[in-house]
Design a protein around this ligand. Structure first.
Ligand code: PGA
Length: 274
């Protein structure tokens, strides 16, 4: 069964030169991985401003490196706007991203919910347009610490509400006249907020149970039997296998550890070899 590692670079690194270097190192680690090419897919999500150069470098790699490992490497953005074009200063629409060769987009990251006051209603609009325009969506959900303190049942009910709002209207969504295939176009990342960037990762067994719950719940709102669910929050090369060993966890959304090519390369190798 293949697994997925998503690198969320956030507002890093400081310069385009460093971003290109990091990308090339990760791509080399992916290509160099001895395992079967479909054992682990890697999606790299740099800041918008670096996407064009990285996409150029990516195209060169795909040509010169042959299919091999780079076939399972893809580019993603960290956010997208809910309107295609128009008077929306500073915003970027899904087709703009697609025109650069971007295939995935992270939507609803807890940092966007917290720091930019993104509501479930806004996130829902982004999800709808991104899917309609043919991007694959990585939707982030996760409970704050105060909710988790009340117990797992409270966390589940919090996440159920997020999914209900974020996925509203998806069942009947069409793109170019065809119904959207939820299975291949939607990935959900479960990221308990208290685990992000804190080093306090969730108990893998609890995360796996939550992933199961998310699969079942999401399928009510978006007809699909097996949506991929990732775990995110302080995942690194030492603990990644604790999560991906579970069938219900399709991979990891990785922040800090994706900024160090050696560390992320080790994660690619370990997940691929498991
Ligand atoms: P982290 O971030 O791996 O640094 O905890 C994960 C994320 O925010 O996606």
């Amino acid at each position: 069964m293949h697994k997925l590692l998503v690198a969320n670079w956030k507002e890093n690194p400081k310069t385009e030169l460093r971003a290109l270097k990091l990308f090339k190192e990760i791509a080399a680690a992916k290509r160099g991985a001895t395992n079967d090419t479909n054992a682990v897919d890697v999606i790299i999500c740099p800041p918008f401003i670096y996407l064009e150069e990285i996409a150029r470098s990516f195209r060169k790699l795909s040509v010169s490196g042959g299919a091999g490992g780079t076939k399972y490497l893809a580019l993603g953005a960290q956010d997208v706007f809910w309107e295609e074009r128009g008077a929306f200063t500073g915003e970027i629409g899904p087709n703009m991203l697609r025109s650069l060769g971007v295939r995935y987009v992270i939507i609803g990251h807890s940092e966007r919910r917290r720091d930019f006051k993104e509501t479930d209603g806004m996130i829902n609009k982004k999800v709808l347009l991104a899917l309609r325009d043919g991007l694959k969506v990585i939707l982030c959900v996760g409970e704050p610490p105060a909710i988790r303190k009340k117990g797992i049942a409270a966390a589940k009910s919090f996440i159920k509400n997020q999914l209900k709002s974020d996925l509203a209207g998806l069942k009947n969504l069409r793109s170019g006249g065809a119904r959207i295939n939820a299975q291949s176009s939607l990935i959900i990342a479960y990221e308990p907020i208290w685990a992000i960037g804190t080093g306090k990762n969730d108990n893998p067994e609890d995360a796996a149970a939550m992933a199961d719950f998310i699969k079942k719940t999401a399928s009510v709102y978006f007809a699909a039997k097996e949506i991929d669910v990732l775990y995110g929050g302080s995942v690194n090369s030492k603990n990644v296998l604790d999560y991906v060993q579970y069938k219900s966890i399709s991979g990891a959304l990785v922040g800090g550890a994706s900024l160090k090519s050696a560390e992320f390369g080790t994660m690619i190798a370990r997940v691929g070899d498991r």
